[in-house]
Design a protein. Sequence first.
Length: 115
Amino acid sequence: QVQLVESGGGLVQPGGSLRLSCAASGDISNAFAMAWYRQAPGKQRELVAVISSGGSTNYVDSVKGRFTISRDNTKNTMYLQMNSLKPEDTAVYYCKTVVLGAAYWGQGTQVAVPS
């Protein structure tokens, strides 16, 4: 069984920064990749960034150059550094991983950037 717990969300002014963390417990040694998703009010959940077990990364176009995904395997923790935040980044951010075919999600952390 894998549990994911996000933290680090909050209210930040446009242009500000936040760092989200996703702490994993349980056996994630077989996790192929970990990812951040977000869901804004009234919208579908979208993939924001993904990092493979080998450290390769990919981002949705809207956050390229502003967000950085990383992971510390010694701490079983994944991060999302978010810079130059915009009102359109307002959403609940979720982390996800897939282990041996089973998907695991965290409970989400709210990020709010007022316009």
